[in-house]
Design a protein around this ligand. Structure first.
Ligand code: ZN
Length: 264
């Protein structure tokens, strides 16, 4: 099974298109939320995101969990906790979303979702709290130790990488890249370890790398006892100037355009 893992697309259509073009063949898409908010193409990105599951050869839909921006932009939550720029973008997004898309966002499930017939779960923030930020090993300690699933996908921080433990040692895994074209970084998953894995943000990376981020999760039954699993992290360039121009044309705060180039 090959599963495309997407998170924090944030209405960035150019980045999502670049990711889908670069993505290897896959059976399912697991979307970790924050589909909208910040970017200028919320309706287009929702349509495209929803269409991805239907191409699945095995007939299983995409998996979605909601993000805090999906809640704020659709009115499930207020945005009192948002900074002024994020609040401005959420209000703008709410005003341009079609009624159907608003309703679709409102019914997105809260994470974590445990995936049937797998060892994996999906959440936006943490498998223990959908709105929590898992930034460092301190934050990751409790969810790594106590989340029901062994392999937990999460987003929310917009920082690509993984936390892992074998019960004795604790690891923060950061993909190493050297260039600024398309790149990938492979992480074999060990059977005796537990993981928190962040594919990074498609539409607004914050790890000082402007390229769109995503991941591919692969499982392969080697024999009755061995299930080989690995995650590959990816970075791909996209047409950032076009995205920035759309943000300015929509009169969204200019900072939302400039931060994309800085990757923060
Ligand atoms: Zn986000």
């Amino acid at each position: 099974m090959r599963i495309l893992i997407l998170s924090d697309i944030h209405a960035n259509l150019e980045a999502l298109n670049a990711v889908l073009e670069a993505a290897p063949a896959h059976d399912q898409v697991w979307n970790l939320g924050d589909i909208v908010g910040y970017g200028a193409n919320p309706n287009e990105v929702i349509d495209l995101s929803r269409s991805l599951g239907s191409i699945s050869a095995c007939g299983i839909r995409s998996v979605f969990v909601r993000g805090n921006h999906d809640k704020a932009c659709s009115g499930v939550d207020g945005f009192e906790s948002f900074n002024p720029i994020a609040a401005h973008a959420a209000a703008w997004t709410h005003s341009v979303l079609t009624p159907e898309h608003l309703e679709w966002l409102r019914q997105l499930p809260a994470g974590p979702i445990t995936i049937e017939n797998s060892q994996a779960s999906c959440a936006h923030g943490s498998p223990l709290d959908e709105d929590q930020y898992l930034v460092d090993l301190n934050d990751a300690h409790l969810p790594l130790a106590s989340a029901p699933a062994r392999i937990n996908f999460f987003g929310h921080t917009h920082v690509q990488g993984a936390f892992a433990t074998n019960g004795e040692d604790w690891f923060h895994i950061v993909p190493e890249y050297g260039g600024d074209g398309p790149e990938e970084y492979e992480l074999p998953l060990r059977e005796n370890a537990r993981y928190l894995i962040n594919p990074g943000s498609v539409g607004q990376p914050r790890d000082r790398d402007w390229r769109a981020a995503f991941a591919l999760y692969e499982t392969e039954q080697i024999d009755a006892n061995i299930l080989a699993q690995r995650v590959t992290f990816y970075r791909v360039p996209y047409d950032i100037e076009q995205t920035q121009q759309k943000i300015r044309d929509a009169n969204l705060p200019d900072r939302l355009a400039t931060r994309l180039a800085e990757g923060r």
